[in-house]
Design a protein around this ligand. Structure first.
Ligand code: HEC
Ligand code: HEC
Ligand code: HEC
Length: 373
C-alpha cells in the first residue's frame, strides 16, 4: 500500500460523513445526472461533453442492460436455469452493475437503469462530488475520497478487466461469447470522453492490460475445481506471449523457469503478473521499448506454434502486434507491414482451422517488412 497523505479537508470530510452515516459505510452512488449539469460534464463543449458522449455514443450507457432482454440472453439464461437475466446477479454484475447497489447507497439522482455509468468506472461519488474540482485538491486527495485514478494504467486496467475477461465456465458453456481483454484496443474502441493526452501510451496500455488479463485468468484457474482444456489453452497462450516478450534490459520483472499449466504455476503467475502490470504501469515508457517488444515478438517462428494452445498463442500475438504497430506512427505508411498484419489477423481468426505453418510464414513476411523499415 502506498502511504496516502490525507489532506486535512478530506480527513474532515470523511470524518463528517463517518459520523453522519456510521463509520466505514461504503460511499453512495449519486447517478449520472449528478455529474451532468451544463456547467460541469453535461455541456456541449469539448471539455464538458462527457455526459453527451457517454449517453449518446458509448455503448456502456444503454447496450449492456438491453442485451439481457434479447433472445440470445434468454437462451443462455434457460441453459443455466436463470428465470430472469435482467434481475439475476450472475448477469447483472457486468451488464447492469447498478442493480446490486443496496438501497441505502442510492443517492437522490441514482437511476438503476443507467447501465455501466460514470461511477462504475470513476468510483462512487458521494465523498468527492463536491470537492473534486477544487484547485487545492491534489490527485491523492481525490483518490483518498474514493475517486479512481483512471489515468494510472494499472488502475484503469483493473477497472475494465473486472467486466471484460473472466466469465464463469458454466456461463460460457451456456453460450456466452468468450471474452478477451486487451486494454489498448478496447480503450481506442470506446468513444472518448477524455482528451487524447489522458489516454497514455498505447503500447504501455497494451502490456499493462495483458498482464492484468493474465492475473485474472490465473486467478480463475487457481480457483477452478476442474479447469477445462479450453481455459488452460487460453491461459497458456497468454503466458507464452508474455514470456516470449520478455527483455531483461527493460527493467520489468522477468518470469523465470517453468510456466507450464499447473496449480502451483497458476498461483505463482497470478502474483507475478500483478507485479508485472504494476511495474509496466509505472515505467517511463519510450518508443524504443515499443520497438524492442515488436521486433522480439515478430521473431516467433513456427517452432513457437506447437502444442494444443497454438491458436491461442496466435490470437494474443496478433492483438499484440496490432497494438505495438499502432503505437509507432512511422509504421502507419509501411504498406507491406500493414498487409502482413491483415493477413495474420485472418489466419488467427478461426481457432479450429488454425494453420501454424501459414501463420509462421505470415509472421516472417511481417518481420521482413519491419526490418526493411
Ligand atoms: C461494470 C462492467 C463494465 C466495466 C467496468 C467496463 N465495461 Fe466495457 N462493456 C461492458 C459490457 C457488459 C459490454 C457489452 C455490452 C453488450 O454487448 O451488451 C461492454 C462493452 C464494451 C465495448 C464494446 C464491445 C467490445 O468489447 O468491443 C468496449 C470497447 C468496452 N466495453 C471498453 C471498456 C473499457 C475500455 C473499460 C474500462 C475503461 C470498460 N469497458 C469498463 C461492461 C463493462
Ligand atoms: C464478467 C462480465 C459478464 C458477465 C458476468 C456476463 N456478461 Fe454477457 N457480456 C459481457 C461482455 C463484456 C460482453 C461483450 C463481448 C464482446 O462484445 O466481445 C458480453 C456479451 C453478451 C452477449 C452478446 C451480445 C451480442 O453482441 O450479441 C450476451 C447475449 C450476453 N452477454 C448475455 C449475458 C447473460 C445472459 C449473462 C448471465 C448469464 C451474462 N451475459 C453475464 C460481460 C459479461
Ligand atoms: C467505461 C468506463 C467509464 C465510464 C462509464 C465513464 N468514464 Fe469518464 N473516463 C474513463 C477513462 C478511462 C478516462 C480517462 C482517464 C482519466 O482522464 O481519468 C475518463 C476520463 C474522464 C474525464 C476527464 C476528461 C479529461 O479529458 O480531462 C471526465 C471529466 C470524465 N471521465 C467524466 C465522466 C462522466 C461524467 C461519466 C458519465 C456520464 C463518465 N466519465 C463515464 C472511463 C469512464
Amino acid at each position: 500500500m502506498s502511504k496516502t497523505i490525507y489532506h486535512p479537508l478530506v480527513a474532515g470530510l470523511v470524518l463528517a460523513l463517518a459520523s453522519a452515516n456510521g463509520a466505514e459505510l461504503p460511499a453512495k452512488l449519486l447517478g449520472a445526472n449528478s455529474c451532468a449539469s451544463s456547467s460541469c460534464h453535461g455541456g456541449g463543449g469539448a471539455k464538458q461533453n462527457q455526459n453527451l458522449v457517454w449517453s449518446l455514443k458509448d455503448i456502456h450507457s444503454q447496450r449492456p442492460p438491453a442485451t439481457l432482454t434479447t433472445a440470445r440472453s434468454k437462451q443462455i439464461a434457460d441453459a443455466l436455469e436463470i428465470k430472469d437475466p435482467t434481475a439475476d446477479a450472475r448477469c447483472t454484475t457486468c451488464h447492469a452493475p447498478l442493480n446490486s447497489v443496496p438501497e441505502n447507497l442510492r443517492g437522490e439522482n441514482f437511476k438503476v437503469s443507467e447501465g455501466v455509468s460514470c461511477e462504475s468506472c470513476h468510483g462512487p461519488a458521494e465523498n468527492w462530488l463536491r470537492a473534486h474540482t477544487r484547485p487545492d485538491w491534489s490527485s491523492a486527495d481525490r483518490t483518498a475520497a474514493g475517486m479512481r485514478d483512471l489515468q494510472n494504467l494499472y488502475v484503469r486496467a483493473n477497472t475494465c478487466v473486472a467486466c471484460h475477461q473472466n466469465v464463469d465456465a458454466d456461463i460460457l458453456k451456456a453460450g456466452h461469447p468468450e471474452l478477451i481483454f486487451e486494454l489498448d484496443g478496447q480503450s481506442v474502441a470506446e468513444p472518448k470522453h477524455w482528451s487524447a493526452e489522458k489516454n497514455g501510451n498505447g503500447a504501455q496500455a497494451w502490456l499493462v492490460g495483458q498482464a492484468v488479463a493474465l492475473r485474472e485468468m490465473s486467478w480463475q484457474l487457481a480457483n477452478a475445481k476442474s479447469p477445462t482444456e479450453n481455459e488452460i489453452n487460453r491461459w497458456t497462450g497468454l503466458v507464452w506471449l508474455i514470456h516470449f516478450n520478455q527483455d531483461k534490459n527493460i527493467g520489468l520483472p522477468v518470469l523465470e523457469s517453468d510456466w507450464s499449466a499447473s496449480s502451483e504455476n497458476f498461483n505463482r503467475i497470478q502474483v507475478w503478473s500483478d507485479e508485472l502490470s504494476k511495474s509496466a504501469a509505472s515505467l517511463e515508457w519510450t518508443p524504443e521499448i515499443t520497438r524492442k517488444l515488436l521486433i522480439q515478438l515478430s521473431q516467433a517462428t513456427q517452432k513457437s506454434f506447437s502444442g494444443n494452445d497454438i491458436a491461442r498463442r496466435a490470437e494474443r500475438l496478433v492483438l499484440a502486434l496490432d497494438r505495438l504497430v499502432a503505437a509507432l506512427p512511422e509504421l502507419k505508411t509501411n504498406a507491406p507491414l500493414q498487409a502482413a498484419l491483415n493477413q495474420l489477423f485472418q489466419l488467427a481468426q478461426s481457432i479450429p482451422d488454425f494453420d501454424a505453418k501459414a501463420f509462421a510464414a505470415g509472421l516472417q513476411q511481417f518481420s521482413a517488412a519491419l526490418a526493411a523499415q
